[in-house]
Ligand binder design. Structure first.
Ligand SMILES: Nc1ncnc2c1ncn2[C@@H]1O[C@H](COP(=O)(O)OP(=O)(O)O)[C@@H](O)[C@H]1O
Ligand SMILES: [Mg+2]
Length: 337
């Protein structure tokens, strides 16, 4: 990354409409972007902040004017809407500038959990049975209870609470309605897999694609009597019982047999979803030790304290080196296209 000009792109609907931010003007929301900046600068690169303001396409001109070697794409939304995440990648594709992470195609496929499930299944990869359900529709008749009900096109545990695990048909219908009313999208209803939660981060492209050491969510301190799921609070509300009760452990202790299964599945999922540079595949493992894919994540969180950086640290990459490698992978990919 030495000597490279890197545009650090992020979406901030709350940013003021004033043009041309300096890093000092970025505000609290961009902690992750600041961490990326510090890391890139420590590698000898120049980091240029490009903020996407609400309903403002000025970022396109700013990107062009920046004449950057690479865009570090830190946005998981466009104008605050997660459904436009693939659209933003599409805009970057039309600009013809190298950018990190998945393109519009990979993001679209993975963002729709119902579609993702069908793709996984068609490739013979195990995923809990289920599918997308609209309110008033009969949920999949053969689906055993308890079931998991989640928004079909969100991320970051949005819409996930301990109430997402339903044990009766009435509770299931109620939660499907709740998802519709709050998120205006069908619910993804699937078998609730009781058991370990393990995820596999990967990086690379093509033949260089490599799984990183698996990580496990340790639920041993999770509040008694509640289903063990990574809820919105567990992910984001520091100090809450759910947050404190979901401790990530990397590397996870897994048998060679389980490791082979999850790594093989994660590699295949990365490829069939057209992910680029880095990604993460989430599993639940049932009582018989069978892993099921519950989530395919293009562009997972690469904050210094996120799971991805924890996994790369285990194989000897500190935070700057992790970002350097992601940048290198993206540049290499655009070079050989
Ligand atoms: N079928 C399932 N069985 C058990 N737990 C699940 C299932 N689906 C989701 N979960 C729990 O809910 C969390 C969030 O679900 P996930 O599909 O990964 O959504 P997100 O895209 O928001 O991360 C998971 O980390 C897991 O704890
Ligand atoms: Mg997930």
């Amino acid at each position: 990354m030495k000597g490279k000009r890197i545009a650090v792109l992020f979406d901030n609907p709350e940013a003021s409409s004033e043009r041309g931010p300096t890093w000092e003007q970025c505000g609290d929301m961009e902690e992750a972007a600041r961490a990326v900046r510090t890391a890139l600068e420590s590698l000898g690169a120049e980091a240029i902040p490009i903020v996407i303001r609400q309903n403002d396409y000025g970022f396109v001109d700013e990107l062009r004017e920046a004449k950057a070697d690479l865009i570090f794409n830190l946005s998981d939304s466009l104008f605050g809407e997660s459904q436009y995440e693939p659209t933003l990648a599409g805009i970057l594709e039309t600009l013809g500038m190298p950018f990190t992470g998945a393109g519009s195609r990979g993001l679209s496929l993975a963002l729709d959990k119902g579609v993702a499930k069908a793709i996984l299944r068609s490739h013979g990869l195990a995923t809990p049975e289920g599918g997308a359900v609209y309110p008033g529709e009969e949920a999949i008749k053969t689906l055993p209870l308890p079931a998991m009900v989640k928004p079909s096109a969100e991320d970051g545990s949005i819409g996930i609470a301990t109430d997402s695990v339903v044990r009766t048909k009435e509770a299931l219908d109620e939660r499907v309605r709740y998802i519709w009313e709050n998120y205006r999208q069908p619910a993804l209803v699937e078998r609730y897999v009781e058991g370990r939660e393990i995820n596999v981060a990967l990086w690379g492209n093509g033949d260089s694609l490599l799984p990183l050491p698996p990580s496990e969510i340790d639920f041993s301190e999770f509040p008694e009597g509640l289903p063990k799921v990574v809820t919105l609070n567990a992910k984001w509300t520091e100090g809450s019982p759910e947050y404190e009760g979901t401790r990530p452990v990397c590397p996870a202790e897994v048998s060679p047999d389980l490791l082979e299964k999850i790594n093989g599945t994660a590699l295949k999922a990365f490829r069939i979803f057209h992910l680029h540079d880095f990604g993460r595949v989430d599993f639940r493992v049932d009582q018989e030790g069978r892993p099921y894919v519950i989530d395919v994540n293009p562009n997972p969180d690469i904050s210094p304290d996120a799971g991805f950086s924890r996994a790369t640290a285990v194989v000897g990459y500190d935070y700057p080196a992790t970002l350097g490698e992601i940048g290198r992978l993206a540049l290499e990919r655009f070079d050989t296209r």
